[in-house]
Design a protein around this ligand. Structure first.
Ligand SMILES: [Zn+2]
Length: 66
């Protein structure tokens, strides 16, 4: 599964990580590709290299959402 992090923030500063199949995946110009991983946990680690505050999408990455 390919994962992406949203450029735009939600709830005052959180960048949300989505999988490629998510209905809430942002448009191409509003997301950064994180890579192709088996688990969202790995994508989250890479997202944290980009942004200090990240969270998994509740819809596509419930295991990484809190
Ligand atoms: Zn999502």
């Amino acid at each position: 599964m390919k994962y992406y992090v949203n450029h735009e923030t939600k709830n005052g500063g959180t960048h949300v990580v989505h999988s490629e199949e998510c209905q809430f995946l942002p448009n191409e110009d509003k997301r950064t590709a994180l890579g192709d991983y088996a688990k969202c946990e790995t994508a989250m680690k890479h997202a944290k290299d980009e942004y200090a505050t990240v969270n998994g999408c509740a819809t596509c990455c419930p295991d990484c959402h809190d």
